[in-house]
Design a protein around this ligand. Structure first.
Ligand code: AMP
Ligand code: GLY
Length: 432
């Protein structure tokens, strides 16, 4: 098969790396790709929102299957554009990608179909939001921009004054543009967070192994929210009992709800969960692989990903036996110092041979070649990934491998996996 991936980050590198291992793949393209993806695919200089050029390229090169990575093109109908041109595409249609693109839609869906999530109210007028916050809210409270905001449109406000500032930021100053035309005001929850990515074919849903993101920029979960500074898989908090509960009360009901709404969901449904004292609740849905969740989940996947993509597109996912290794993976993101605010790019990079060893991978998140030299080209630059028999071993290997990549403004967190390891010890003690 000729296969094309849309996107150019660490997630797309992990997907490309996995697709390239499939005996079903004869030729792999990636638009636009990056310097790391170029090692496993032919990169094509077409941007992610340029559907016309993507479709034209796919037709000219007899592409049999397209995989759309990022949220923006999915929300704007990339999959619809390929299908209209008679090309198979993996990912949700725009009418289903709305489960990520509109928080109001996803909250109302959960309420209507009784899927566990935080209590909430929605507002399209700032005056109404302010009145509610002054009279009815308890604190902390969570404010969420309705639309896509690069994972940054969520504000946790400890008191009324922070909440009023938040409403101004989202609804008046329009910090995230039209994404803040409506907001969700939500109950604050606590507990470990788990990311579960699920393959879906419109009817059947098959969860992959779990992962745990580290969203804040600095150690000990301090600093600003980012796209993710590291990840581990599996999450030790996500026990078999919790997985069974989520299957019956969250995953299957979500699939059925989307079908009932006339928006059958095909592609990867990413369920962000919080394991509260009252049970697992949905924090958010995403309509795609997580980044860097994909970077820890896919290296643990035994199954042929191309076969699964085809079953999802064809509506035959029930025939698939999805399998993962009984091991663990840890990803440490190497960022440009200053991310997620401002940072310098085009710093020359050196990479040692260590990554040729079994159990180590270097996925590129933001890199490019300039005059024959590998340079940085983004806030998140590399995802250093290692696998091991458990999180402790994988973490040790991943941190060892972070020394193998160097550039002048390299920044990383030093505590990826720590919370999980402490959690694991508590779980072991409690379960003895
Ligand atoms: P979201 O984009 O909805 O996943 O929110 C981003 C992050 O904000 C989550 O990963 C949580 O850490 C935090 N968050 C979102 N909603 C809540 C909530 N209701 N209570 C506590 N934290 C939340
Ligand atoms: N790592 C979180 C996300 O992909 O949204």
């Amino acid at each position: 098969m000729n296969i094309m991936i849309i996107g150019g980050g660490g997630r797309e590198h992990a997907v490309a790396w996995k697709v390239a291992q499939s005996p079903l793949c004869t030729k792999l393209y990636c638009a636009p790709g990056n310097a790391g993806i170029a090692e496993v695919a032919e990169c094509v200089d077409i941007q992610v929102m340029d559907f016309d050029s993507q479709v034209k390229f796919a037709k000219e090169h007899d592409v049999d299957l397209v995989i759309v990575g990022p949220d923006d093109p999915l929300a704007k109908g990339a999959v619809d554009a390929f299908e209209d041109a008679g090309i198979k595409a993996f990912g949700p249609h725009a009418n289903a990608a709305v489960i990520e693109a509109s928080k109001v839609f996803s909250k109302d869906l959960m309420k209507k179909y009784k899927i566990p999530t935080a209590a909430y109210e929605t507002f399209d007028k700032d005056t109404d939001a302010i009145e509610y916050l002054k009279n009815k809210a308890s604190f902390p409270v969570v404010l969420k921009a309705d639309g896509l905001a690069l994972g940054k449109g969520v504000l946790i406000c400890n008191n009324l004054s922070e909440a009023l500032d938040g409403v101004k930021e989202l609804m008046e100053d329009k910090k995230f543009g039209s994404a803040g035309n409506r907001i969700v005001v939500e109950e604050f929850m606590t507990g470990p967070e788990v990311s579960v990515l699920c393959f879906c074919d419109g009817k059947t849903i098959k969860p992959m192994t779990s992962a745990m993101d580290h969203k804040r920029a600095k150690d000990n979960d301090e600093g600003l929210n980012t796209g993710g500074m590291g990840n581990i898989s599996p999450s030790p908090f996500y026990t078999d009992d919790i997985a069974d509960f989520c299957m019956e009360k969250i995953y299957k009901p979500t699939m059925a709800a989307m079908q009932a709404e006339g928006r059958p969901f095909k592609g990867v449904l990413f369920v962000g969960l919080m394991l509260t004292e009252k049970g697992p609740k949905v924090l958010e849905y995403n309509a795609r692989f997580g980044d860097p969740e994909a970077e820890v989940v896919l290296p643990r996947m035994k199954s042929d990903i191309v076969e699964i993509f085809e079953h999802c597109v064809d509506g035959t996912l029930n025939e698939v036996n999805l399998q993962f290794e009984d091991n663990a993976a840890v990803c440490v993101v190497l960022a440009s110092d200053g991310y997620p605010l401002s940072y310098e790019k085009e710093k020359p990079v050196t990479v040692s041979d260590g990554f040729k060893k079994e159990g180590y991978e270097l996925f590129h998140a933001g890199s490019k070649m300039k005059d024959g030299v590998l340079v940085t080209n983004g806030g998140r630059v590399f995802d250093v990934v290692a696998t091991g028999k458990d999180i402790i071993e994988a973490r040790k290997k991943a941190y060892e491998a972070t020394e193998w990549v160097n550039f002048s403004n390299k920044y990383m967190r030093h505590d990826i996996g720590n919370k999980a390891i402490e959690g694991l010890n508590k779980y072991r003690k409690r379960n003895k």
